[in-house]
Design a protein around this ligand. Structure first.
Ligand code: SDX
Length: 431
Protein backbone atom coordinates (compact mmCIF):
# COMPACT_ATOMS: atom_id res chain seq x y z
CA UNK A 1 0.00 0.00 0.00
CA UNK A 2 1.27 3.52 -0.78
CA UNK A 3 2.23 5.63 2.21
CA UNK A 4 0.12 8.56 3.39
CA UNK A 5 1.87 11.87 4.05
CA UNK A 6 -1.10 14.13 4.44
CA UNK A 7 -4.89 14.07 4.79
CA UNK A 8 -7.85 15.81 3.16
CA UNK A 9 -10.30 17.51 5.49
CA UNK A 10 -13.90 17.22 4.39
CA UNK A 11 -16.29 19.33 6.41
CA UNK A 12 -19.98 18.39 6.15
CA UNK A 13 -22.64 20.18 8.19
CA UNK A 14 -19.91 21.56 10.45
CA UNK A 15 -18.36 18.14 11.10
CA UNK A 16 -14.82 17.59 9.77
CA UNK A 17 -13.62 14.25 8.45
CA UNK A 18 -9.91 13.51 7.90
CA UNK A 19 -9.39 11.33 4.81
CA UNK A 20 -5.90 9.88 4.14
CA UNK A 21 -4.15 10.91 0.92
CA UNK A 22 -1.82 8.33 -0.68
CA UNK A 23 1.02 9.23 -3.07
CA UNK A 24 1.72 6.82 -5.98
CA UNK A 25 5.09 6.24 -7.65
CA UNK A 26 3.62 8.13 -10.64
CA UNK A 27 0.34 9.90 -11.38
CA UNK A 28 -2.13 11.80 -9.18
CA UNK A 29 -2.39 11.38 -5.40
CA UNK A 30 -5.57 9.64 -4.23
CA UNK A 31 -7.99 10.35 -1.38
CA UNK A 32 -9.05 7.24 0.54
CA UNK A 33 -12.81 7.58 1.00
CA UNK A 34 -13.47 4.06 2.27
CA UNK A 35 -14.58 5.19 5.71
CA UNK A 36 -16.69 8.10 4.47
CA UNK A 37 -20.06 6.29 4.45
CA UNK A 38 -19.50 4.72 7.87
CA UNK A 39 -18.38 8.05 9.40
CA UNK A 40 -20.51 10.61 7.55
CA UNK A 41 -23.35 8.54 6.02
CA UNK A 42 -22.60 9.82 2.50
CA UNK A 43 -21.62 8.12 -0.75
CA UNK A 44 -19.30 9.69 -3.30
CA UNK A 45 -20.77 10.17 -6.77
CA UNK A 46 -18.73 9.54 -9.94
CA UNK A 47 -20.71 8.07 -12.90
CA UNK A 48 -18.23 6.64 -15.45
CA UNK A 49 -15.51 6.70 -12.76
CA UNK A 50 -13.87 9.80 -14.28
CA UNK A 51 -12.14 10.64 -10.94
CA UNK A 52 -12.01 7.26 -9.22
CA UNK A 53 -9.07 4.91 -8.63
CA UNK A 54 -10.62 1.44 -8.31
CA UNK A 55 -7.49 -0.41 -7.14
CA UNK A 56 -3.74 -0.38 -6.64
CA UNK A 57 -1.70 -1.68 -9.55
CA UNK A 58 1.93 -2.03 -10.62
CA UNK A 59 1.33 -3.22 -14.20
CA UNK A 60 0.62 -0.27 -16.52
CA UNK A 61 0.90 3.47 -16.12
CA UNK A 62 -0.62 6.08 -18.46
CA UNK A 63 0.25 9.78 -18.40
CA UNK A 64 -2.66 11.18 -20.41
CA UNK A 65 -1.19 14.69 -20.52
CA UNK A 66 2.17 13.58 -21.93
CA UNK A 67 0.74 10.76 -24.03
CA UNK A 68 2.93 8.22 -22.23
CA UNK A 69 2.19 4.50 -21.75
CA UNK A 70 4.47 2.33 -19.60
CA UNK A 71 4.24 -1.44 -19.06
CA UNK A 72 6.09 -2.27 -15.82
CA UNK A 73 7.97 1.01 -16.45
CA UNK A 74 8.99 0.32 -20.07
CA UNK A 75 7.62 2.81 -22.70
CA UNK A 76 5.27 1.31 -25.28
CA UNK A 77 7.25 2.70 -28.23
CA UNK A 78 10.41 0.91 -27.03
CA UNK A 79 8.52 -2.34 -26.46
CA UNK A 80 6.83 -2.09 -29.89
CA UNK A 81 10.17 -1.38 -31.55
CA UNK A 82 12.53 -3.71 -29.68
CA UNK A 83 10.45 -6.44 -28.01
CA UNK A 84 7.80 -8.85 -29.24
CA UNK A 85 4.37 -9.86 -28.00
CA UNK A 86 5.21 -12.99 -26.00
CA UNK A 87 8.08 -11.18 -24.27
CA UNK A 88 5.66 -8.36 -23.41
CA UNK A 89 3.24 -11.03 -22.12
CA UNK A 90 5.97 -12.31 -19.81
CA UNK A 91 6.72 -8.75 -18.65
CA UNK A 92 3.05 -8.02 -17.90
CA UNK A 93 2.48 -11.34 -16.14
CA UNK A 94 5.66 -11.56 -14.04
CA UNK A 95 6.85 -7.94 -13.75
CA UNK A 96 10.33 -8.20 -15.29
CA UNK A 97 11.81 -8.75 -18.74
CA UNK A 98 12.76 -12.45 -19.05
CA UNK A 99 16.24 -13.88 -19.46
CA UNK A 100 16.79 -15.81 -22.67
CA UNK A 101 16.15 -19.09 -20.85
CA UNK A 102 13.01 -17.76 -19.14
CA UNK A 103 11.67 -16.49 -22.47
CA UNK A 104 12.37 -19.79 -24.23
CA UNK A 105 10.56 -21.71 -21.48
CA UNK A 106 7.59 -19.32 -21.56
CA UNK A 107 7.26 -19.48 -25.34
CA UNK A 108 7.47 -23.28 -25.18
CA UNK A 109 4.68 -23.40 -22.58
CA UNK A 110 2.45 -21.11 -24.66
CA UNK A 111 3.18 -23.02 -27.88
CA UNK A 112 2.20 -26.34 -26.29
CA UNK A 113 -1.23 -24.98 -25.27
CA UNK A 114 -2.39 -23.52 -28.62
CA UNK A 115 -4.67 -26.43 -29.56
CA UNK A 116 -8.35 -26.51 -28.55
CA UNK A 117 -10.20 -29.55 -27.21
CA UNK A 118 -11.47 -31.16 -30.43
CA UNK A 119 -15.05 -31.20 -29.15
CA UNK A 120 -15.03 -27.39 -28.85
CA UNK A 121 -15.48 -27.26 -32.62
CA UNK A 122 -19.14 -28.04 -31.98
CA UNK A 123 -19.52 -24.62 -30.34
CA UNK A 124 -18.40 -22.85 -33.50
CA UNK A 125 -20.77 -24.95 -35.60
CA UNK A 126 -23.70 -24.02 -33.37
CA UNK A 127 -23.53 -20.41 -34.61
CA UNK A 128 -24.98 -19.07 -37.86
CA UNK A 129 -22.25 -18.50 -40.45
CA UNK A 130 -22.99 -14.78 -40.38
CA UNK A 131 -22.59 -14.52 -36.59
CA UNK A 132 -20.20 -11.74 -35.59
CA UNK A 133 -16.87 -13.33 -34.56
CA UNK A 134 -17.05 -11.45 -31.25
CA UNK A 135 -20.28 -13.32 -30.42
CA UNK A 136 -18.42 -16.57 -31.14
CA UNK A 137 -15.47 -15.55 -28.98
CA UNK A 138 -17.67 -14.61 -26.02
CA UNK A 139 -19.42 -17.99 -26.28
CA UNK A 140 -16.37 -20.18 -26.86
CA UNK A 141 -14.20 -18.52 -24.18
CA UNK A 142 -17.02 -18.80 -21.66
CA UNK A 143 -17.39 -22.48 -22.58
CA UNK A 144 -13.69 -23.10 -21.82
CA UNK A 145 -14.64 -23.34 -18.14
CA UNK A 146 -16.55 -26.51 -19.06
CA UNK A 147 -13.59 -28.02 -20.95
CA UNK A 148 -10.63 -26.94 -18.83
CA UNK A 149 -12.15 -27.55 -15.44
CA UNK A 150 -8.72 -28.47 -14.02
CA UNK A 151 -7.68 -24.80 -14.22
CA UNK A 152 -10.69 -23.02 -12.76
CA UNK A 153 -9.86 -23.01 -9.04
CA UNK A 154 -8.76 -19.40 -8.44
CA UNK A 155 -7.37 -20.33 -5.01
CA UNK A 156 -4.85 -22.74 -6.53
CA UNK A 157 -1.75 -20.89 -7.81
CA UNK A 158 -0.82 -23.68 -10.22
CA UNK A 159 -4.34 -23.62 -11.73
CA UNK A 160 -4.20 -19.84 -12.05
CA UNK A 161 -0.92 -20.18 -13.93
CA UNK A 162 -2.25 -22.90 -16.25
CA UNK A 163 -5.44 -20.92 -16.97
CA UNK A 164 -3.30 -17.88 -17.81
CA UNK A 165 -1.13 -19.80 -20.26
CA UNK A 166 -4.13 -21.58 -21.79
CA UNK A 167 -5.99 -18.33 -22.45
CA UNK A 168 -2.98 -16.54 -23.98
CA UNK A 169 -2.19 -19.62 -26.09
CA UNK A 170 -5.70 -20.45 -27.27
CA UNK A 171 -7.09 -17.01 -28.10
CA UNK A 172 -5.39 -16.90 -31.54
CA UNK A 173 -6.85 -20.33 -32.35
CA UNK A 174 -10.32 -19.28 -31.19
CA UNK A 175 -10.17 -15.98 -33.12
CA UNK A 176 -8.83 -17.67 -36.26
CA UNK A 177 -11.44 -20.44 -36.11
CA UNK A 178 -14.20 -17.85 -35.60
CA UNK A 179 -12.95 -16.24 -38.83
CA UNK A 180 -12.69 -19.55 -40.72
CA UNK A 181 -16.21 -20.53 -39.65
CA UNK A 182 -17.46 -17.08 -40.76
CA UNK A 183 -15.99 -17.46 -44.25
CA UNK A 184 -16.94 -21.13 -44.62
CA UNK A 185 -13.40 -22.50 -44.77
CA UNK A 186 -12.02 -25.48 -42.80
CA UNK A 187 -10.30 -24.87 -39.47
CA UNK A 188 -6.50 -24.73 -39.69
CA UNK A 189 -4.66 -26.19 -36.72
CA UNK A 190 -1.82 -24.32 -34.96
CA UNK A 191 1.76 -25.33 -35.72
CA UNK A 192 4.50 -25.58 -33.07
CA UNK A 193 7.22 -24.50 -35.48
CA UNK A 194 5.71 -21.01 -36.00
CA UNK A 195 5.94 -17.93 -33.80
CA UNK A 196 2.79 -16.58 -32.19
CA UNK A 197 1.86 -14.00 -34.84
CA UNK A 198 2.81 -16.23 -37.80
CA UNK A 199 0.72 -19.05 -36.33
CA UNK A 200 -2.29 -16.75 -36.11
CA UNK A 201 -1.89 -15.46 -39.68
CA UNK A 202 -1.52 -19.00 -41.00
CA UNK A 203 -4.59 -20.25 -39.09
CA UNK A 204 -6.55 -17.35 -40.60
CA UNK A 205 -5.36 -17.41 -44.20
CA UNK A 206 -4.02 -20.90 -45.01
CA UNK A 207 -6.23 -23.36 -46.91
CA UNK A 208 -5.66 -27.15 -47.17
CA UNK A 209 -5.38 -26.88 -50.95
CA UNK A 210 -1.96 -25.24 -50.91
CA UNK A 211 1.04 -24.35 -48.76
CA UNK A 212 0.91 -20.98 -46.99
CA UNK A 213 4.08 -19.01 -46.36
CA UNK A 214 3.80 -16.22 -43.77
CA UNK A 215 5.35 -12.95 -44.95
CA UNK A 216 7.80 -11.94 -42.17
CA UNK A 217 6.94 -8.26 -42.56
CA UNK A 218 3.23 -9.03 -42.07
CA UNK A 219 3.89 -11.24 -39.04
CA UNK A 220 6.10 -8.51 -37.57
CA UNK A 221 3.29 -5.97 -38.13
CA UNK A 222 0.76 -8.41 -36.64
CA UNK A 223 2.97 -8.99 -33.61
CA UNK A 224 3.34 -5.22 -33.15
CA UNK A 225 -0.44 -4.78 -33.22
CA UNK A 226 -0.74 -7.46 -30.52
CA UNK A 227 1.85 -5.61 -28.41
CA UNK A 228 0.17 -2.21 -28.83
CA UNK A 229 -3.13 -3.59 -27.50
CA UNK A 230 -1.75 -5.77 -24.70
CA UNK A 231 -2.81 -3.78 -21.63
CA UNK A 232 -4.10 -0.33 -20.76
CA UNK A 233 -4.61 0.24 -17.03
CA UNK A 234 -8.20 0.15 -15.72
CA UNK A 235 -10.14 0.55 -18.99
CA UNK A 236 -13.76 -0.58 -19.24
CA UNK A 237 -13.10 -4.22 -20.20
CA UNK A 238 -10.29 -4.65 -17.67
CA UNK A 239 -12.52 -3.18 -14.97
CA UNK A 240 -15.20 -5.66 -16.09
CA UNK A 241 -12.75 -8.55 -15.66
CA UNK A 242 -11.75 -7.27 -12.21
CA UNK A 243 -15.37 -6.87 -11.12
CA UNK A 244 -16.32 -10.34 -12.39
CA UNK A 245 -13.27 -11.84 -10.67
CA UNK A 246 -14.10 -10.10 -7.38
CA UNK A 247 -17.07 -12.48 -6.99
CA UNK A 248 -14.74 -15.49 -7.33
CA UNK A 249 -15.83 -16.34 -10.88
CA UNK A 250 -13.49 -18.66 -12.81
CA UNK A 251 -10.91 -17.11 -15.18
CA UNK A 252 -12.65 -18.17 -18.40
CA UNK A 253 -15.95 -16.58 -17.28
CA UNK A 254 -14.08 -13.38 -16.32
CA UNK A 255 -12.30 -13.14 -19.68
CA UNK A 256 -15.58 -13.83 -21.54
CA UNK A 257 -17.06 -10.87 -19.63
CA UNK A 258 -14.10 -8.72 -20.69
CA UNK A 259 -14.58 -9.72 -24.34
CA UNK A 260 -18.27 -8.79 -24.13
CA UNK A 261 -17.43 -5.34 -22.76
CA UNK A 262 -14.64 -4.73 -25.28
CA UNK A 263 -17.11 -5.29 -28.12
CA UNK A 264 -18.79 -1.91 -27.64
CA UNK A 265 -18.04 0.79 -30.29
CA UNK A 266 -16.97 3.25 -27.58
CA UNK A 267 -14.24 0.79 -26.57
CA UNK A 268 -12.66 -2.04 -28.55
CA UNK A 269 -15.37 -1.98 -31.21
CA UNK A 270 -14.11 1.46 -32.29
CA UNK A 271 -11.54 -0.02 -34.69
CA UNK A 272 -14.31 -1.64 -36.75
CA UNK A 273 -16.53 1.46 -36.44
CA UNK A 274 -13.59 3.70 -37.43
CA UNK A 275 -12.78 1.87 -40.65
CA UNK A 276 -16.48 1.74 -41.56
CA UNK A 277 -16.64 5.51 -40.91
CA UNK A 278 -13.58 6.15 -43.13
CA UNK A 279 -15.14 3.99 -45.87
CA UNK A 280 -18.45 5.88 -45.52
CA UNK A 281 -16.64 9.23 -45.82
CA UNK A 282 -15.04 7.75 -48.94
CA UNK A 283 -13.14 10.81 -50.19
CA UNK A 284 -11.28 13.75 -48.73
CA UNK A 285 -13.81 16.27 -50.11
CA UNK A 286 -16.48 14.83 -47.78
CA UNK A 287 -14.37 15.26 -44.63
CA UNK A 288 -15.68 18.75 -43.71
CA UNK A 289 -19.25 17.38 -43.69
CA UNK A 290 -18.33 14.68 -41.18
CA UNK A 291 -16.26 17.01 -39.00
CA UNK A 292 -19.26 19.33 -38.84
CA UNK A 293 -21.46 16.40 -37.79
CA UNK A 294 -18.97 15.37 -35.09
CA UNK A 295 -19.12 18.92 -33.68
CA UNK A 296 -22.91 19.17 -33.85
CA UNK A 297 -24.39 18.61 -30.39
CA UNK A 298 -27.67 17.53 -32.00
CA UNK A 299 -25.96 14.85 -34.05
CA UNK A 300 -24.96 11.66 -32.16
CA UNK A 301 -22.19 11.06 -34.72
CA UNK A 302 -18.67 11.00 -33.29
CA UNK A 303 -15.34 10.63 -35.04
CA UNK A 304 -14.54 7.00 -34.31
CA UNK A 305 -10.91 6.47 -33.39
CA UNK A 306 -10.77 9.97 -31.88
CA UNK A 307 -10.79 10.99 -28.25
CA UNK A 308 -9.91 9.12 -25.08
CA UNK A 309 -10.89 9.24 -21.42
CA UNK A 310 -7.25 9.41 -20.32
CA UNK A 311 -5.14 10.65 -23.26
CA UNK A 312 -5.42 14.41 -23.67
CA UNK A 313 -2.53 14.23 -26.09
CA UNK A 314 -1.60 11.79 -28.84
CA UNK A 315 -2.20 8.14 -27.91
CA UNK A 316 1.40 6.83 -28.16
CA UNK A 317 0.04 3.62 -29.67
CA UNK A 318 -1.58 5.57 -32.51
CA UNK A 319 1.81 7.04 -33.43
CA UNK A 320 3.39 3.58 -33.75
CA UNK A 321 0.31 2.27 -35.55
CA UNK A 322 0.51 5.10 -38.10
CA UNK A 323 4.14 4.20 -38.92
CA UNK A 324 3.14 0.56 -39.23
CA UNK A 325 0.28 1.45 -41.57
CA UNK A 326 2.70 3.13 -43.97
CA UNK A 327 5.05 0.10 -43.87
CA UNK A 328 2.34 -2.50 -44.44
CA UNK A 329 0.61 -0.57 -47.22
CA UNK A 330 3.94 -0.01 -48.99
CA UNK A 331 4.64 -3.74 -48.70
CA UNK A 332 1.20 -4.56 -50.05
CA UNK A 333 1.76 -2.07 -52.89
CA UNK A 334 -1.26 -0.04 -51.79
CA UNK A 335 0.56 3.30 -51.67
CA UNK A 336 -2.53 5.29 -52.65
CA UNK A 337 -4.98 3.51 -50.37
CA UNK A 338 -8.00 5.86 -50.47
CA UNK A 339 -8.98 4.99 -46.91
CA UNK A 340 -5.49 5.85 -45.63
CA UNK A 341 -5.61 9.12 -47.57
CA UNK A 342 -8.97 9.95 -45.97
CA UNK A 343 -7.59 9.00 -42.52
CA UNK A 344 -4.50 11.20 -42.84
CA UNK A 345 -6.50 14.18 -44.17
CA UNK A 346 -9.23 13.70 -41.55
CA UNK A 347 -6.59 13.63 -38.80
CA UNK A 348 -5.00 16.81 -40.18
CA UNK A 349 -8.29 18.72 -40.49
CA UNK A 350 -9.58 17.57 -37.09
CA UNK A 351 -6.35 18.49 -35.31
CA UNK A 352 -6.46 21.93 -36.98
CA UNK A 353 -10.05 22.44 -35.76
CA UNK A 354 -10.45 24.33 -32.43
CA UNK A 355 -13.30 21.99 -31.38
CA UNK A 356 -10.99 18.97 -31.22
CA UNK A 357 -8.00 20.96 -30.00
CA UNK A 358 -9.98 22.59 -27.18
CA UNK A 359 -11.48 19.27 -26.08
CA UNK A 360 -8.06 17.61 -26.45
CA UNK A 361 -9.41 15.01 -28.85
CA UNK A 362 -6.58 13.17 -30.61
CA UNK A 363 -6.41 9.95 -32.65
CA UNK A 364 -6.40 6.89 -30.40
CA UNK A 365 -5.17 3.32 -30.89
CA UNK A 366 -8.21 2.48 -33.02
CA UNK A 367 -7.73 5.20 -35.62
CA UNK A 368 -5.09 3.48 -37.75
CA UNK A 369 -5.29 -0.16 -36.68
CA UNK A 370 -8.23 -0.92 -38.97
CA UNK A 371 -6.36 0.35 -42.02
CA UNK A 372 -3.51 -2.08 -41.37
CA UNK A 373 -5.80 -4.99 -40.61
CA UNK A 374 -7.85 -4.42 -43.74
CA UNK A 375 -4.66 -4.23 -45.84
CA UNK A 376 -3.60 -7.56 -44.28
CA UNK A 377 -6.81 -9.13 -45.56
CA UNK A 378 -9.03 -9.13 -42.46
CA UNK A 379 -12.73 -8.17 -42.72
CA UNK A 380 -13.80 -5.36 -40.36
CA UNK A 381 -15.65 -7.94 -38.22
CA UNK A 382 -12.25 -9.42 -37.24
CA UNK A 383 -10.78 -6.16 -35.94
CA UNK A 384 -12.22 -6.35 -32.42
CA UNK A 385 -11.51 -10.10 -32.06
CA UNK A 386 -7.86 -9.25 -32.76
CA UNK A 387 -8.03 -6.53 -30.09
CA UNK A 388 -9.55 -9.10 -27.68
CA UNK A 389 -6.82 -11.63 -28.53
CA UNK A 390 -4.15 -9.01 -27.81
CA UNK A 391 -5.76 -7.73 -24.60
CA UNK A 392 -6.15 -11.18 -23.05
CA UNK A 393 -2.70 -10.93 -21.43
CA UNK A 394 -3.64 -7.56 -19.92
CA UNK A 395 -6.91 -8.89 -18.54
CA UNK A 396 -5.14 -11.97 -17.15
CA UNK A 397 -2.31 -9.94 -15.59
CA UNK A 398 -4.77 -7.61 -13.88
CA UNK A 399 -6.91 -10.62 -12.83
CA UNK A 400 -3.88 -12.30 -11.22
CA UNK A 401 -2.83 -9.03 -9.54
CA UNK A 402 -6.27 -8.56 -8.01
CA UNK A 403 -6.40 -12.16 -6.73
CA UNK A 404 -3.08 -11.53 -5.02
CA UNK A 405 -4.29 -8.28 -3.39
CA UNK A 406 -5.01 -8.80 0.34
CA UNK A 407 -7.38 -5.83 0.16
CA UNK A 408 -9.54 -7.49 -2.49
CA UNK A 409 -13.28 -7.41 -1.75
CA UNK A 410 -16.27 -8.08 -3.94
CA UNK A 411 -16.95 -4.97 -6.01
CA UNK A 412 -20.34 -3.55 -5.05
CA UNK A 413 -20.91 0.14 -5.91
CA UNK A 414 -23.89 2.06 -4.46
CA UNK A 415 -26.09 4.65 -6.22
CA UNK A 416 -27.79 8.03 -6.09
CA UNK A 417 -31.41 6.80 -5.94
CA UNK A 418 -33.91 9.12 -7.67
CA UNK A 419 -36.85 6.73 -7.91
CA UNK A 420 -40.14 6.46 -5.98
CA UNK A 421 -40.02 6.24 -2.18
CA UNK A 422 -42.18 3.69 -0.31
CA UNK A 423 -45.74 3.27 -1.63
CA UNK A 424 -48.31 0.47 -1.19
CA UNK A 425 -49.55 -1.92 -3.89
CA UNK A 426 -52.80 -0.90 -5.64
CA UNK A 427 -55.15 -3.70 -6.77
CA UNK A 428 -55.86 -3.63 -10.46
CA UNK A 429 -59.55 -2.81 -9.99
CA UNK A 430 -58.50 0.39 -8.19
CA UNK A 431 -55.99 1.64 -10.78
C1 SDX B 1 -10.37 2.41 -26.49
O1 SDX B 1 -10.04 3.33 -21.69
C2 SDX B 1 -9.15 2.87 -22.47
O2 SDX B 1 -7.99 2.86 -22.14
C3 SDX B 1 -9.66 2.33 -23.78
C4 SDX B 1 -8.62 1.87 -24.78
C5 SDX B 1 -7.90 0.64 -24.31
O3 SDX B 1 -6.78 0.39 -24.82
O4 SDX B 1 -8.46 -0.13 -23.51
O5 SDX B 1 -7.69 2.91 -25.00
C6 SDX B 1 -9.27 1.49 -26.12
O6 SDX B 1 -11.49 2.15 -26.16
C7 SDX B 1 -10.04 3.69 -27.22
C8 SDX B 1 -11.29 4.60 -27.44
C9 SDX B 1 -12.05 4.06 -28.65
N1 SDX B 1 -13.33 4.75 -28.83
C10 SDX B 1 -13.55 5.62 -29.81
O7 SDX B 1 -12.69 5.98 -30.62
C11 SDX B 1 -14.98 6.09 -29.92
C12 SDX B 1 -15.01 7.62 -30.14
N2 SDX B 1 -14.51 8.24 -28.93
C13 SDX B 1 -15.52 8.73 -27.97
O8 SDX B 1 -16.67 7.96 -27.90
C14 SDX B 1 -14.90 9.15 -26.64
O9 SDX B 1 -13.83 9.94 -26.95
C15 SDX B 1 -14.48 8.10 -25.64
C16 SDX B 1 -15.57 7.13 -25.35
C17 SDX B 1 -13.28 7.36 -26.14
C18 SDX B 1 -14.10 8.84 -24.35
O10 SDX B 1 -15.24 9.43 -23.87
P1 SDX B 1 -15.24 10.28 -22.49
O11 SDX B 1 -13.90 10.29 -21.86
O12 SDX B 1 -16.40 9.80 -21.66
O13 SDX B 1 -15.46 11.73 -22.99
P2 SDX B 1 -16.88 12.36 -23.31
O14 SDX B 1 -17.71 11.36 -24.07
O15 SDX B 1 -17.44 12.94 -22.08
O16 SDX B 1 -16.45 13.52 -24.35
C19 SDX B 1 -15.94 14.74 -23.85
C20 SDX B 1 -16.36 15.78 -24.90
C21 SDX B 1 -17.85 15.70 -25.22
O17 SDX B 1 -18.27 16.99 -25.62
P3 SDX B 1 -19.03 17.95 -24.50
O18 SDX B 1 -20.27 17.14 -24.05
O19 SDX B 1 -18.04 18.12 -23.37
O20 SDX B 1 -19.39 19.19 -25.26
O21 SDX B 1 -15.68 15.51 -26.14
C22 SDX B 1 -16.64 15.15 -27.14
C23 SDX B 1 -17.94 14.79 -26.42
O22 SDX B 1 -19.07 15.09 -27.24
N3 SDX B 1 -16.10 14.00 -27.85
C24 SDX B 1 -16.14 13.83 -29.17
C25 SDX B 1 -15.46 12.60 -29.39
N4 SDX B 1 -15.05 12.08 -28.24
C26 SDX B 1 -15.44 12.95 -27.28
N5 SDX B 1 -16.68 14.58 -30.17
C27 SDX B 1 -16.54 14.07 -31.43
N6 SDX B 1 -15.90 12.92 -31.73
C28 SDX B 1 -15.35 12.16 -30.74
N7 SDX B 1 -14.72 11.02 -31.06
Amino acid sequence: MAETKRTATLTIDGVSHELPIYSPTAGPDVIDIRKLYAEAGLFTYDPGFTSTASCDSTITFIDGGKGELLHRGYPIDQLAGKSHYLEVCYLLLYGELPSAAELEDFEERVTKHTMLHEQMQNFFRGFRRDAHPMAVMVGVVGAMSAFYHDSTDINDEWQREVASIRLIAKMPTIAAWAYKYHVGQPFVYPRNDLDYASNFLRMCFAVPAEEYEVDPILSRAMDRIFTLHADHEQNASTSTVRLASSSGANPFACIAAGIACLWGPAHGGANQACLEMLQEIGSVDRIPEYIARAKDKNDPFRLMGFGHRVYKNFDPRAKVMKQSADEVLDLMGIENNPVLQVAKELEKQALDDPYFADKKLFPNVDFYSGIILEAMGFPTSMFTPIFALSRTVGWISQWKEQLGDPQMKIGRPRQLYLGETHRDYVDIENR
